[in-house]
Design a protein around this ligand. Structure first.
Ligand code: NAD
Length: 497
């Protein structure tokens, strides 16, 4: 990503109050598989744009929050249908801009469409609950109301799916939206916004503001008329945003980083354990919040696991994200590549052994290619086992038994996803109850959730209600408790006597 004033490339604008609006500064978006390929330029929203978007979202709120379920369903369903119909094209753009392989990118586009359809159906579910009052003749019910203007702040690693799982429920529950995508993936965000802009929403209900987090993002989350901020991104930024939104009385939903453990026990099926570890650690170039960056392996299977991992890593085909034969695309940006290379040095300095990978790889086109790296002999106190790297780098920690493995798995400031590979049912049950993570994967990779399941974490990985599924209603709505005395009832014996 570079920022420019003059631009010879196509420029795509922000969407504010139902209109596309240009800006004097632009973000130029570059293909990480081929850095000579400029995708397009995108307008950077100014403070005035933020002001106008929030004002438009506030003005649109009374009408949208009182729209019928049918109106909301039709719009959300139409958005989902178009995304799914255009999943190959959207997936290609996503792969070109973010570096995820084509297969993963098309699947993500499909998932984004499915999320809109899920939340279209959600508008028809009951959002009012009735209770029997303690008092004769009194009706008691809890109803849901939209919270107001919602800011959706999203990261670069799922540029279609994460915006979808914030924007769709926000609209379904009657809120209006200001969407600020990551500056690295404006192409996918713009394409999504363009689809939403044609779906029939009244002006101002949905707004797109592109730009950098420290400026455009900060102006949005600090705006006093933004009622709630749903943020996905790094833990440092999330905590900072959370503190400032909390201080002004706003609502917060934070999904943040992970350092996810995958435990492999002696009785595991070796081939399956290796496939889960390869998938979890290296697919999407390790750039998933649920990536398995800590592989905790018991002693009798350790050496054969490490050998098999090393052999399997050698077979992974690194290359252009849009080549259908590619297993591992490029790292998203030069800055992320630099960060990964620094962590490789830190790992060696701290005493871990780098078994394989971790090399910049030359391809036919210039790009940010890095071969998947595996450290062995890693210890829990090493930085590579404590800090989120967010790249194709995993570390194997040898342990004696399950108890030690569980202790190491829980020895982290994060608690997003965790997995175990074993056939021992008693251990599985113990693991489910005692692992400190929001998501648990049994004989599966740590990454890869059903689209309609909630996302949630513990410790520094999450704050506030879960995302996705009906659970996210806790963030996107406020509850109102109504006790009502409607007077004399026909069937009330006491009142009749
Ligand atoms: P990031 O924290 O750098 O940025 C996330 C978003 O916040 C971007 O849109 C950015 O522009 C914006 N932002 C940055 N500073 C801001 C500020 N001061 N005010 C307002 N907005 C600001 O994260 P990233 O590098 O884009 O994404 C990678 C991170 O996202 C990783 O830590 C990963 O674990 C996390 N992630 C978490 C989940 C989850 O569900 N838990 C899912 C995907 C990614």
């Amino acid at each position: 990503m570079t920022i420019q004033n003059n631009n010879e490339h196509e420029i795509k604008h922000n969407f504010i109050a139902g209109e596309w609006r240009n800006s004097s500064n632009h973000i130029q978006n570059i293909n990480p598989s081929d850095t000579n390929d400029v995708i397009a330029s995108y307008s950077i929203a100014t403070k005035d744009d933020v002001e106008d978007a929030v004002l438009a979202a506030m003005s649109a709120l009374p009408a949208w929050s009182s729209s019928t379920s049918g109106e909301r369903f039709d719009i959300l369903d139409a958005i989902g249908t178009e995304i799914i119909q255009r999943k190959d094209e959207l997936g290609d753009l996503l792969a070109r801009e973010e570096g995820k392989t084509l297969k993963e990118a098309v699947a993500e586009a499909h998932r984004a469409g499915s999320l809109f359809k899920f939340f279209a159906a959600e508008v028809y579910r009951s959002h009012t609950e009735g209770y029997r009052s303690l008092r004769e003749g009194i009706s008691l019910q809890v109803q849901r109301e939209p919270i107001g203007v919602v800011a959706a702040i999203t990261p670069w690693n799922f540029p279609l799916a994460i915006p979808a799982w914030k924007i769709a429920p926000a609209l379904a529950y009657g809120n209006t939206v200001v969407f600020k995508p990551s500056e690295l993936v404006c192409g996918s965000a713009w394409a999504l916004a363009e689809i939403i802009s044609r779906a029939g929403l009244p002006d101002g209900v949905f707004n797109l503001l592109m730009g950098q987090g420290s400026e455009t993002g900060a102006a949005i989350v600090e705006h006093p008329n933004v009622a709630g901020v749903t943020f996905t991104g790094s833990s440092d930024i999330g905590r900072k945003i959370g503190a400032s939104v909390f201080a002004r009385g706003g609502k917060i939903q934070l999904e943040m980083g992970g350092k996810n453990p995958l435990i492999v026990l002696d009785d595991a099926d070796l081939d399956k354990a290796v496939e889960y570890a390869i998938n979890g650690a290296f697919f999407s170039c390790g750039q998933r919040c649920t990536a398995s960056s800590r592989l905790i392996v018991t002693k009798n299977i350790h050496d054969s696991f490490v050998d098999a991992m090393s052999n399997r890593i050698e077979l992974l085909r690194i290359g252009d994200a849009r080549n259908p034969n590619t297993d591992i695309g490029p790292v998203v940006s030069e800055a992320q590549l630099k960060k990964n290379l620094e962590y490789l040095q830190i790992g060696l300095k701290d005493g871990a052994k780098q078994l394989t990978g971790g090399k910049q790889v030359e391809q036919a086109t210039p790009g940010w290619y890095l071969s998947p790296a595996l450290f062995i002999d890693a210890k829990s106190e090493m930085k590579i086992c404590r800090e989120e790297i967010f790249g194709p780098i995993a570390a194997v920690m040898p342990v004696n038994d399950y108890d030690e493995a569980l202790n190491l798995a829980n020895d982290s400031e994060f608690g997003l996803s965790a997995g175990i590979v074993t056939n021992d049912r008693l251990i599985i049950d113990h693991f489910i109850d005692n692992i400190q993570s929001g998501m648990v994967q049994i004989n599966l990779p740590t990454a890869g959730m059903d689209f309609h399941a909630p996302i949630t974490g513990r410790k520094n990985s999450s704050f506030g209600p879960p995302e996705k599924s009906s659970y996210c209603r806790e963030f996107f709505t406020n509850t109102k408790v109504v006790h009502a005395n409607y007077g004399k009832r026909l069937n009330s014996k006491k009142e009749e006597s």
